[in-house]
Design a protein around this ligand. Sequence first.
Ligand SMILES: *Cc1c(COP(=O)(O)O)cnc(C)c1O
Length: 369
Amino acid sequence: MDNKLITVTSPLLPNLDDLNEMLKQIWASKWITNNGQFHKQLEKELAAYLKVPYISLFTNGTLPLITALQALRITGEVITTPYSFVATTHALWWNGIKPVFVDIDPGTGNINPDKIEAAITPKTTAIMPVHVYGKPCDTKRIQEIADQYGLKVIYDAAHAFGVEVNGESILNAGDLSTLSFHATKVYNTVEGGAMVMHDERMKKRIDYLKNFGFANETTVVGPGINSKMDEVRSAYGLLNLRQVDAAIEARHQVAIKYRNALRNVEGITFFDDMPGVRHNYSYFPIFVDAKKYGMTRDELYFKMKDLNVLGRRYFYPLISEFSTYRGLESARPDNLPEAHKMANSVICLPMHHSLSDEDVERVLKCIVK
Ligand SMILES: *Cc1c(COP(=O)(O)O)cnc(C)c1O
């Protein structure tokens, strides 16, 4: 039997000849970064594709988080989730902000809005939720709380490329949203990211901040950083945008196969599509109930590994368990029971655009008894 390694993800790659044609144009122009032609074109095409008014490209998905906090002058304490990739909380730390962890809703993996108010103190200035696995947060409820207490909302939307609720982009929620275009994400520019904003003034301000704060040749408006996307990756991004819909549909088909096969497996649960939501199928997490399934999460994870099928315990450990954060009062496990439960039961199954039927069969064979 073919036993090739099945990886948890695989990057969407543009056609090499097409990329080479674009590289020739970049070489001919000798304009390789600093708001070049492809950078501008990608911002325009992404805004249209994502149905957002304004977008600013970045070199990765972490710097727009750090820059969003700078742009809104967020200080003190920010309410966030421990169930995310560590960059969410690191962005707060890099701004000298104290993260305050709030437990998650076990039905979605997202921050539980009902737990937010109890975590607000006089020092709280913002809420930083994450659309985990691309599943939309309860943005309406979060905005109500933010409005009532005068807080800003910055969404880490790294997983939520192209996600829509009733035809509207989830990226329009809150004050600012950030995206990651890392190689492992649904849409990638090798490394890359973006910030989505509501108006032209904020777009201008963000464009200054990602270029050292330069507003013109001689004016620096603030302590900006350098996180501009270059022309090579912008060109790569333009090509990948043309095939991302097909990639999302291929992921959708894998999700359907996984769900059909796993629906009646005792002790294994997963998320179904939410009504009115256009999902991007960025991840396929399953949750293992060791008592019912007869095997712990880790036993299944390592069994898969032995069979050359790589899952990922994403997100495990929780951010609140890392040495930087575990001393915080809000990081105590008894404050975060649902997050711990999810982190201790999750395996993300292989999920990408190029999984074959045989690959899916092999993954399922590890799990279905
Ligand atoms: C990937 C990711 C990031 C970081 O993005 P990079 O492009 O790798 O810097 C931040 N938050 C979440 C939730 C992510 O999944």
